[in-house]
Design a binder for this molecule. Structure first.
Ligand code: NAD
Length: 343
């Protein structure tokens, strides 16, 4: 059984990915200092999978501390590096905090990969690296435009760091997974995204607007050059994102080609407009969301969605869930009040 170190294993995508890894026979340990998460989520992962996951509550910016984990686990077959700050608006307000955390944690983990010769490395990248592109759908070869935020900039820089690291370390294989818009929750209803202040994705905002936990939902512009004038995005279920990591590890463990750093898009391959999302949300909740149309938001790309055919071809990955599943599972989780019920 291959041992995988997951950083950020208590976070939204990390915790859901651990379930898919365990269900596919991997042994998992985690490093997460819980700066942006609740460690109790791993008890829910245990409840779902039957496997206890050991988490080391360490700051990845502390190299000495994380080296102790590698010394205690000399048999790590691969690393999935999720840990990072992820709020675009917060990164605009506090850019140094983002460069400090997201880049230092990556440099430290790569230092350990090199020092302990861990053969496989997977990085959580983002479609934000493509910037304000007009080429659709986006393929992995679509040229990157200027990053629209310090957050996106950390992802572009991180990819460059890993590419340079790969040239210098030909025996270590890396994958850059560029997620589009992860959303939804585990199908059990026991766990999902816990929205962080200032880091809200659209699905939690829709749910809070419907239940009155926040004000009326505003569609940011209906004059974009899209089929109904609202922005178009590519929503991908979090369990499909999780499975892309399992498939990436399986690919790396059986790797035959000579390229040791490859990027893959992780999206559903189709765009959904905000107005279409609201219609699907009404269907999932059986209620009608009250919303208004507001002005466009500065820096918003009108439309972006992926071409994931490379991941399908090389990793054998295809999304299993659609937008209705995303909204149904998110709504089920939201109704728990974001409480982890351990019994
Ligand atoms: N959720 C999205 O919409 C989205 C989209 C594209 C890319 N991503 C990327 O995917 C990754 C995971 O995202 P997520 O949604 O699960 O985020 P999250 O905030 O839920 O999880 C990140 C985890 O990393 C931990 N962490 C952060 N800094 C740390 C440090 N210095 N030391 C130890 N632990 C630390 C946090 O406590 C948290 O548990 C991130 O790299 C994010 O940028 C997320």
């Amino acid at each position: 059984m291959s041992k995988i170190l997951v950083t950020g294993g208590c976070g939204y995508i990390g915790s859901h990915t651990i379930i898919d890894l365990v269900e596919n026979g991997f042994e998992v340990i985690s490093i997460d200092n819980n700066v942006r998460s609740n460690p109790d989520i791993l008890n829910i992962v245990t409840k779902i999978t039957g496997k206890k996951i050991e988490n080391y509550a360490l700051d990845l910016c502390d190299l000495d501390a994380i080296q102790t984990v590698f010394e205690a686990h000399r048999d790590i077959a691969g690393i999935i590096h999720f840990a990072a700050y992820k709020s675009v608006p917060e990164s605009v307000q506090e850019p140094l905090k983002y460069y400090q955390n997201n880049l230092n944690s990556l440099l430290n983990i790569l230092t350990c990969v090199e020092q302990f010769q861990v053969p496989n490395f997977i990085f959580s990248s983002s479609c934000s690296i493509y910037g304000n592109t007009s080429v659709l759908p986006v393929t992995e070869d679509t040229p990157m435009c200027r990053a629209e935020s310090p957050y996106a900039s950390t992802k572009q820089m991180a990819e460059r760091i890993i590419e340079d690291f790969s040239v210098a370390n030909p025996s270590i294989n890396s994958i850059l997974l560029r997620y589009f818009n992860p959303a939804g929750a585990h199908q059990s209803g026991f766990m999902g995204e816990i929205p962080q202040a200032g880091a809200y994705n659209v699905v939690p905002i829709l749910m809070e607007a419907l239940t009155g936990a926040r004000g009326q939902f505003t569609v940011t512009g209906d004059d974009h050059d899209t089929r109904d004038g609202s922005c178009i995005r590519d929503y991908i279920h979090v369990m499909d994102v999780g499975n892309a990591h399992t498939k990436s590890l399986q690919y790396l463990l059986n790797k035959k080609n000579s390229t040791n750093c490859e990027a893959f898009n992780v999206g559903i391959g189709a765009g959904i407009s905000v107005l279409e999302l609201i219609a699907a949300f009404d269907k999932a909740t059986g209620q009608q969301l009250d919303y208004s149309i507001g002005p466009r938001r500065a820096g918003d790309v009108s439309s972006i969605y992926s071409d994931y055919s490379k991941a399908k071809r090389l990793l054998g990955w295809t999304p299993q869930y659609n937008v209705d599943d995303i909204l149904a599972t998110a709504w089920q989780w939201f109704q728990t009040g974001y409480v982890f019920a351990e019994d």
